[in-house]
Every structure is written in C-alpha cells, then in structure tokens.
Design a protein around this ligand. Structure first.
Ligand SMILES: CCCCCCC/C=C/C(=O)SCCNC(=O)CCNC(=O)[C@H](O)C(C)(C)COP(=O)(O)OP(=O)(O)OC[C@H]1O[C@@H](n2cnc3c(N)ncnc32)[C@H](O)[C@@H]1OP(=O)(O)O
Ligand code: FAD
Length: 658
C-alpha cells in the first residue's frame, strides 16, 4: 500500500492535505512502495536505520536548509563548516560511524568532503603504521585533510610536482576542496625522485597549515579559486608548494617505500598508486550522482501530475502534463536509468569489495578490470544522470528554472561530476584502452577478465525478433547490445591495427581512433548495465509486484537506449528497419504502462520534503502555495537601495504628467 499520510512529512503540509491529483496517483500503485524502498536500501533494517538518521538530522535546527537558496557563498561556506563540526559531535553522541548512512542523510550540504578522500587515500595506500597514526587524528578532526592532485595546465597527475628524497617539493596548483580556509593537511600526488632517478607518481601527506594558529606553513601558498557554478559551500582552493620539506615517513607506503638509505622498494604494480581514484570514482556514484537524479525525477514527476495544462480532448478538464506522451518520454527513461544505475552501482561496489580484499593480500590481478569499469561507468553514469537532471528541470517549465524548485542546484552540482575525479572523455579512453587490449588477447585465445569474455564471441548473426513483443525479451535486447559493443570494439581495433601497419605512428593512430574508442567504451558499459539490470530482475521476488514493475523499467531502459541510438543498431544490419519500428512500438507502449506507477516509483526513493528542499516536489503536491510562501522569504522583496538612487528620480516626474 502506498503511504498517504502527511504527518510523516511535517514540512510538507501547507494546507494540511495532499493535493488530490497527487493522492489519486498513489491509490493505484501496482506494487508495494514500502517493499521497493527496502529493496533500494538493501533491506528493511537498513531502511529503518536510514529513516532514524534522517529524522535525527532533520529535527536538529543546525542542519536546516531552509534559507539555503537565499544565502551568499560565504554564508553557505560558514553554514557547511558549522554543520560539519556539529555532525562530528552528533555522530559521537549517536554512535554513528564514518561510513554509515549519516552523510547520505545530510544531502551533501556539509563541508570537508575532501577530508573523506584524504582519509580514503591513507586507508587504501598507507601502511598499517601510517593508518594508526593519521586515521584517528582525521576521524576526530584533529586535522582537516584535502586532496591535491590536479595541476594547473595539467589535468592528469603530477606532471610537474616532484618530491625529491631529502630535498624539496616543487610548485603545484591543484584544484582542491576545503583548502582556502579549512584544510591543514593534504595528500599530494607527486613524482618521486631518489638519487636523481624518477620512480613515478606517489602520494605524500603534506602539512599546509599550522595546527596552532592555522597560518600557512613555510613554502606553502594557498587561496580560494574564485566563484564556481556550484559548491559554494566548499572552499576549493589552489596550492603552491615551494621547497617544502616533509619527513620520509609521509610517503604513503603500503605498497611502495623509500628506506632511509634511499633504497626504493615496491610490491606489485606501480598503478596501485592510482587506487584512491578507482575507489572514489565508484563511491561517488551513489550520493553525488544517483541521488541527484532520483531527486530530480521525484520533483519533476510529482509536479507533472499536479500541473494541468491544455486539454487532451475537447470538452475535458485540462490534462495532467504527465499524461502527454512527450512528457512521459522525457521523464520515464530518466526514472528507468535511475533504477538501472542503482543496480549497476551495487555490482560495482561488490566488484570493488572483492578487488580490495585481493589487493590487501597483494594480489593485483583485478586492478585493470576494476580501473576500466570504474572509469567507464563513472563517465557513463555521470553523463547520463547530468543529462537526466537537465531534462527534469526543463520538463518543469518556468518553475523548474526557479532555484526554489531545487532543480538548478541539483543540475549545477551534478554537472561537476562529469569533470572531477577524471574528466569523462579521459576516463572513457582509459576504459577503451582496456577493451582494445582485451579484444586483442581474446582474439588470440588468451584468457581475459569476466566482464569482457563476451568480446571473444564475435557473432555475425541477425536479431531474431519477429514482433514488438519479442523486444520485451531480455535475451533479445541484451544480445543486440552485446553485438553493438563487440562491433564497435572490433572495428576500432582493426582500424587501429591497419593504421599502425600502414606506418602511422602508434600515438597518432590512437588519436585518429579516439572518437570511435569513446563510442566503444560507452557501448560496453551500456551493454553491462542492461545485462546487469535484466539479471537483477530475474533474481527478484515475484511477490508484492516488485519484479513486474522492475521488469517494465528494465525493458524501458534497454529500449530507450536502442530507440535513441538507432544508427548503432542498424549499422551492419544486425537489426532491420522493420525491427526498429517494433522497438519504437514496444518502447512507446511501455511509457503508458509505467506512467501509471510513476508517482509510486519516485515515492519509493523515500526522500523527505526537507531533503528534497523543493517547492515543486513535496510529498503533498501543494506546489503553488509553497512556491508563493517561499518566494516571500526572498531578500529581494525588501525595498532595494536601487529605488532611492535610481528609480525614484526616474519616476519622480511621472505623477505630474498623468
Ligand atoms: C566521496 C565523494 C567525493 C567526490 C568529490 C570529488 C572531488 C574531486 C576530486 C578530484 O577531481 S581529484 C583529481 C582527479 N583526477 C583524475 O582523476 C585524473 C584523471 N586522469 C587519469 O586518470 C589519467 O589517465 C592518469 C591516471 C593520470 C594516467 O595518465 P597517463 O597518461 O600518465 O597514463 P596512461 O598512459 O593513460 O596510463 C598508465 C597506465 O596506468 C593505468 N591506469 C591509469 N589509471 C589507473 C587506475 N586508477 N588504476 C589502475 N590502473 C590505472 C592505465 O590503464 C595504463 O595502464 P597500461 O595500459 O599502460 O597497462
Ligand atoms: C568541483 C570540482 C572539484 C574538484 N576538486 C578537486 C580536488 O579536490 N583535487 C584535485 O586534485 N582536483 C580537483 N578538481 C579538478 C579535476 O579533477 C580536474 O578538473 C579534472 O581532472 C579535469 O582536468 P582539467 O581541468 O585539467 O581538464 P583538461 O584535462 O584540461 O580537459 C579539458 C578538455 O580537454 C580534453 N582532453 C584533455 N586531455 C585529453 C586527452 N589526452 N585526450 C583527449 N582529450 C583530452 C578533455 O576531454 C576536456 O574536453 C576538481 C574539479 C571540479 C570541477
């Protein structure tokens, strides 16, 4: 049964009742919303814990986001620091842990985000001794960490920054979170030189501020990088290091170490030094990327059943805009993608957990596959979700453009995820590099990691679908996706080889293939996402209607991908134009089916009104009342000095002329 009471959502009751247009949507849910929420949370107990944390956070006035949309950059920074400090106290009182659900509950509006990446770097790359020294200090916020990797004029890692054993660090100008005012320490990625020999990129802990008075340490220059599209609550900074001395013990040395006599010792792959990036790329998917898309879908879909505009048939009352097929075609594929990526996130987390256990045992075999999947999916998911949030914003018309809808800040924030932690094109090319290598290996009969064994099975058949219902068969569409991924990878590998064999330098040849390599990497990830969604649905319990609705969403996700990329599927005749018509027919049929459950499907994300912080998306659907109420709070409603200075003189003479 869908929830109808508003008492659970105290902030949402402007008039104390649910808008009947929204209430009616909940009465016909084909599945149990509560059970779907539990599935998304990973169990009923997890749902209970998450709700308790949300309740504790939201009932605490320090965490209020009420006036957020009217705050200046400095006010947002100060508020984010206040919340971060208060959160530490609260966590201690409540017995919450660093990796518990409390950060999710805070909706990301808290300072020291990169403190967590700092800690992550130490946890995964630090020796036991380093972990024992630094992690307790960081956990108790006895120091504040940040992460300095990107260099000015160099988005890759540590082109110019170098740590010379027993000598000095050279300048670095990275983007860095939390460093203008907050950070006292940072993890710097720099080239390691010992006795003149370069050993490549390594991570170092560098103190940048005094713990006594917060002044910058000798040789350190730092400042704020200036206004940004979002992240006003975080003081992204620049950092220059010149002749900065750090102890030898500050090089993170779980896998690589410089002994006092200058001997360099490494266990396993040099690439393990990039492992923080791999873990962060996977970790950010849930909170920084999926949550914004889920929120945007919630806001836009609730609004779309409250907003009535024009008539579907003459003489009828104005229709809910979600009843227009075009509106469904904007929003429902975003909803399906949110679910698809939720399940692929589970898959990636599980892969990361397994890989990490092996890496702890100094077995690095899974590293290349983990790197490729984390890079490819980070790029594909951030790209897809960013586009999805923008679609949701535009689907709400003029009100979507208002900050009070919550959508613009979701959009400007998620957009950054396409750039940070590796710009998406760079990451897709990293994934493609792995694909090409594996394709070559598979073609030569050598073993390849599990996610790419399909590359060996190059088939030249045709899609067997005979009618539109066949396209609701996961085998049919999964195979079509597989076919496209293999074709794009194999044809690009062939082109690359041909170019090299014709005498083109291998780097030039690579560059001449990069557009197609990016396509191949995207197709690979899309195939795995579809396959994973279909396999997940297969394993779900059939009761409570969950499996049925998830199957519809899986079909929609898959068919939307074919419908929007017809060229790729038609290219070599695997799918015929007639079959494309069947895809279109099934796809459009599905929109109408899923439309009936659209509101329960977003209710299952279980965002409270305070978390959504949207005048359009509240549980009770009292959109216009709330928009009006919130607009009253705008400081611009105060009489502006511009009136006295400019408008009054302008209007002064008008009266006498009327
Ligand atoms: C908790 C959530 C918080 C969210 C907030 C996030 C805040 C944002 C922070 C940041 O943005 S920090 C800065 C992030 N910067 C990047 O991610 C840089 C992106 N660039 C790359 O990843 C580059 O590709 C590279 C790793 C720097 C390498 O570039 P380079 O050209 O020097 O090397 P390649 O020849 O491309 O690769 C060498 C070799 O290494 C393998 N490899 C690369 N990365 C990894 C990895 N992560 N794990 C394992 N292996 C890796 C690559 O495949 C090559 O292998 P071979 O093909 O030679 O075998
Ligand atoms: C909000 C935010 C927070 C950040 N926080 C941090 C942080 O805490 N610490 C930190 O170290 N960094 C941080 N960064 C920096 C971020 O990691 C970099 O911006 C990112 O890695 C991209 O590097 P770049 O800006 O130098 O872009 P560039 O690499 O200059 O990319 C610009 C364009 O060039 C293209 N391009 C570049 N190289 C290639 C190539 N080899 N092949 C094909 N195309 C290429 C890209 O595709 C892109 O289109 C942050 C960035 C943002 C937006």
């Amino acid at each position: 049964m869908a929830l109808l009471e508003t008492s659970k959502y105290p902030q949402g009751s402007v008039l104390g009742s649910v808008n009947p247009d929204l209430a009616s949507e909940r009465q016909t849910a084909s599945f149990s919303v509560e059970k779907l929420t539990a599935l998304l949370d990973g169990g009923t107990e997890q749902t209970r814990i998450r709700r308790a944390v949300v309740e504790a956070i939201e009932s605490d006035p320090v965490f209020s986001r009420e006036n957020q949309y009217f705050q200046t950059q400095n006010e947002r920074y100060e508020s984010a620091v206040r919340k971060a400090v208060h959160l530490q106290k609260k966590m201690h009182e409540m017995g919450w842990t660093e990796n518990g659900p409390e950060y999710k509950a805070l909706a990301g509006d808290v300072a020291f985000l990169l403190h967590r990446v700092f800690m992550r770097s130490i946890s995964v790359l630090g020796s036991d001794k380093q972990i024992a020294k630094w992690i307790p200090l960081a956990t108790q916020h006895k120091l504040i960490g940040s992460y300095a990797q990107t260099e000015l004029g160099h988005g890759k890692v540590a082109g110019k920054t170098a740590f010379l054993y027993d000598t000095r660090l050279q300048p670095k100008f990275p983007w860095e979170f939390d460093s203008k005012l907050s950070a006292t320490h940072t993890v710097v990625f720099a080239q390691l030189y010992v006795h003149g020999k370069c050993y490549g990129i390594h991570p170092f802990i560098v103190q940048i501020r005094s713990l006594q008075d917060h002044s910058l340490c000798p040789g350190v220059t730092a400042g704020d990088i200036g206004p940004k599209m979002n992240f006003e609550h975080i003081d992204n900074g620049y950092l220059l290091l010149k002749n900065v001395h750090i102890p030898r013990e500050n090089m993170l040395s779980k896998f690589c170490e410089v002994r006092p006599d200058g001997t360099y010792v490494r266990q396993g792959s040099q690439k393990i030094n990039y492992f923080t990036m791999t873990t962060v790329r996977i970790s950010l998917i849930s909170d920084e990327v999926l949550t914004p898309l889920m929120k945007a879908c919630t806001i836009a879909i609730r609004y779309s059943v409250v907003r009535r505009q024009s008539k579907l048939k003459p003489g009828e009352q104005e229709a809910k805009i979600l009843d227009y097929q075009t509106q469904q075609e904007k929003l429902l594929p975003q909803l399906a993608a949110a679910y698809a990526f939720h399940f692929i996130n589970d898959y990636l987390q599980e892969l990361l957990n397994r890989g990490y256990i092996e890496i702890q045992k100094k077995n690095f075999d899974m590293l290349p596959e983990l790197h490729a999947l984390s890079s490819g999916f980070k790029a594909v998911i951030t790209q897809h979700c960013t586009a999805g949030v923008e679609i949701c914003l535009r689907a709400c018309g003029g009100h979507g453009y208002s900050l009070l809808s919550g959508l613009p800040s979701l959009y400007t924030k998620i957009l950054a995820s396409c750039i940070y932690e590796g710009e998406n094109t760079i990451l897709l090319l990293q994934a493609a590099r792995f694909l090409i290598k594996c394709f070559m290996a598979a073609s030569a009969g050598q073993p390849v990691p599990p996610s790419v064994t399909y590359l060996a099975a190059v088939k030249h058949g045709k899609c067997p679908a005979k009618n539109k219902l066949d396209f609701l068969s996961p085998d049919i569409y999964t195979e079509a996706y597989q076919h496209v991924a293999v074709r794009l990878t194999s044809s690009t590998a062939e082109k690359l080889q041909d170019l090299i064999q014709s005498g083109v330098n291998k780097h030039d040849a690579w560059n001449q293939c990069t557009v197609q390599l990016v396509q191949a990497a995207k197709a690979h990830c899309h195939y795995i996402a579809v396959k994973n969604f279909a396999e997940t649905v297969e394993k779900l319990e059939t009761k409570a209607g969950i499996q049925k609705i998830m199957k519809h969403l899986c079909d929609l996700f898959a068919l939307h991908g074919i419908f929007s990329n017809t060229g790729a599927f038609l290219h070599d005749g695997y799918t015929s134009p007639a079959q494309m018509d069947m895809v279109t027919a099934s796809y459009l049929d599905l929109l109408a089916v899923i439309r009936k459950d659209a509101v329960p499907l977003v209710d299952a994300f279980d965002f409270t009104d305070k978390t959504l912080n949207s005048a359009l998306g509240s549980y009770d659907g009292q959109v216009y009342q709330r928009l009006y109420q919130w607009a009253q709070k705008s400081p611009t409603n105060q009489m502006s000095p511009a009136y006295e200075t400019y408008l009054k003189p302008l209007l002064h003479n008008t009266l006498s002329k009327l």
